[in-house]
Design a protein around this ligand. Structure first.
Ligand code: ZN
Length: 295
């Protein structure tokens, strides 16, 4: 099962690579950009089927185009491998985790898995585009908003007549943060809180730390994940950002004033909270408990 999910993820990652490579911030995204045959970016030679096998071709060809010898980007195997791992983790989360109670049918769990495969593709796209071009396309944020609406409706629908958890990925820790009295309100207020918090950051930092693209992304994530998950995601994204930026500052690769895209941190934080939110909070409270006991 996990092997099938991994292969599915790798195949989706391969498709995602085409979207990421052919995305051009100055051009309107057209269908023809994704439907044409794959070709080498350097010599424009069309690729044969055996040059398009995810992961394998990259290794066999030793990172180079077979015709012109141009080095291939690490983006290809990286995105394929990450989507493969994400597919396995999403499968594990829904099939063996405790997102919903046992009252949910296997079919409903598979629909949830497919849904989050789509979400993780969109998130990985946002991560790669923000890292490459320092922007998060509006279309990507709109897609995340739509997915947020669909997920909220889906969780409400699953809850009809059944005792299920509210679809939080924080498990039994979710009630600690309080609820706004229902799935729909939790998702709408999660979005609003995220927007207000990020607009404050933009105002305080006068737009240097965050851009309006980050505000749009976090509001879409707020709608998708809802309260309290979005609170943990925002907190985690700042921690991840700090951990990754400090080494860059020390090795002087970046100065404090250099632009560093924040979107990737939010995407990574979202995926981490999705997969390991409960375990992370468990570890956090264990550490706090130990520190408290030591005094
Ligand atoms: Zn070539």
């Amino acid at each position: 099962m996990y092997f099938v999910l991994f292969l599915l993820g790798v195949a989706l990652g391969s498709f995602l690579n085409v979207l990421i490579t052919r995305y051009n911030p100055d051009q309107k995204f057209s269908l023809s950009a994704i439907t044409g045959r794959s070709y080498c970016d350097s010599c424009k030679k069309q690729l044969r089927w055996y040059e398009l096998v995810p992961l394998i071709s990259f290794i066999i060809q030793k990172r180079a185009c077979r015709s012109c010898g141009t080095r291939l980007s690490w983006q290809y195997p990286l995105v394929e491998f990450m989507m493969g791992i994400l597919a396995v983790l999403i499968g594990r989360l829904f099939l063996y985790g405790y997102v919903f109670s046992a009252a949910v049918t296997t079919g409903e769990l598979y629909i949830s898995i497919i849904f989050w495969l789509v979400v993780s593709m969109v998130l990985l796209f946002a991560l790669m585009i923000d890292a490459k071009h320092y922007i998060i396309p509006n279309g990507t944020n709109i897609l995340l908003f739509i997915l947020g609406v669909i997920w909220t409706v889906w969780v409400v629908w699953l809850g009809f007549g059944r005792e299920i958890s509210q679809g939080s990925f924080l498990g039994h820790f979710a009630p600690l943060f309080g609820s706004f009295g229902g799935v729909v309100l939790n998702h709408i207020i999660g979005m609003l809180l995220a927007v207000v918090f990020f607009i404050l950051i933009v105002l305080v930092s006068r737009g240097r730390g965050m851009g309006i693209g980050d505000v749009k992304l976090v509001s879409a994530l707020g709608l998708l994940f809802g309260w309290p998950d979005i609170g943990v995601i925002v907190f985690a994204s700042f921690i991840i950002g700090t951990i990754l930026i400090i080494p860059l500052l020390i090795t002087r690769q970046k100065r404090g004033s250099d632009q560093i895209p924040f979107g990737p941190f939010m995407v990574v934080a979202s995926l981490v909270v999705l997969m390991w939110g409960t375990s992370l909070l468990q570890a956090y409270f264990d550490i706090i408990g130990k520190l408290g006991g030591g005094i």
